[in-house]
Design a binder for this molecule. Structure first.
Ligand code: COD
Ligand code: ATP
Length: 197
């Protein structure tokens, strides 16, 4: 039987990575879309040659320099779509390999742009991690080098939290570690119970 696919998402600083770690603690395999892109861009990664062909300035030390890609995206309105046309099929292949290898009843797929990119149709359920806007802002602003302008620009590119809440199957508030852990355990139990009903 194939594993139940739980898509984990949430806006910047809402607690995706922290919550993914709570699932790993419970023995649930987690696939991380951002980590997959980093592997693809690293020396030897499958995206290096095709992206270097599109944007030679992005090739640095055998890997892809994200700052150079960002410069290209800023200068050319068509750049992101061309990058995505290379990266998305490779990300999809990485995810398919993970799903093929996973020996578990439930797997978590941590996908920051899950709702923005319409990937929810490929999930059995979605889990949104969220927190009040002032908590989100304080967490992100505490990161080294983050500015108010950068934070606002990132927020403007993401679907509003309220819209994500309306779309999600399940929601976990990441206000404190112990209640988030309890919520993760309860959700795993709920999914297992439904599978055996
Ligand atoms: C644009 C790049 C170089 C920026 O890299 P960087 O390390 O600075 O930032 P990071 O990846 O963490 O993203 C920063 C912000 O940009 C937004 N963003 C990233 N990729 C996309 C995208 N394809 N569409 C819309 N927004 C995006 C995210 O919401 C995020 O908040 C990088 O994100 C990239 O190569 N994106 C294209 C590949 C892709 O589609 N990735 C999404 C996961 S499949
Ligand atoms: N349940 C929780 N209780 C308390 N703090 C939390 C909880 N979950 C996350 N945090 C805190 O919120 C901050 C952001 O968490 P995390 O890095 O997991 O978010 P993220 O959604 O993965 O962020 P990004 O979108 O930037 O990748 C961290 O400082 C983390 O310690």
């Amino acid at each position: 039987m194939s594993a139940f696919r739980l898509g984990l998402t949430g806006s910047i600083g809402m607690g995706k990575s922290t919550t993914a770690a709570l699932f790993r603690d419970e023995g649930i395999p987690v696939w991380d879309a951002d980590a997959a892109v980093h592997r693809l861009y690293a020396p030897g990664g499958a995206a290096v040659a095709p992206l270097a062909a599109l944007c030679p300035a992005a090739l640095r030390d055998g890997g892809i320099d994200r700052a150079a890609l960002k410069d290209w995206i800023a200068a050319d309105p068509g750049a992101l779509a061309r990058i995505e046309a290379v990266v998305h099929p490779l990300v999809a292949a990485d995810r398919a390999a993970f799903l093929q290898a996973a020996r578990a009843d439930i797997v978590v797929l941590d996908i920051p742009l899950l709702f923005e990119k319409g990937s929810e149709s490929e999930m059995d359920a979605t889990l949104l991690v969220t927190a009040p806007p002032e908590v989100q802002r304080a967490r992100v602003m505490a990161r080294p080098g983050m500015t108010e302008a950068q934070f606002n620009a990132i927020l403007a590119r993401q679907m509003p939290d309220a819209e994500k809440r309306a779309r999600a199957t399940h929601i976990i508030e990441t206000l404190d570690p112990e209640s988030a852990r309890a919520a993760v355990r309860a959700l795993i139990a709920h999914i297992r119970k439904a599978a055996h009903a």
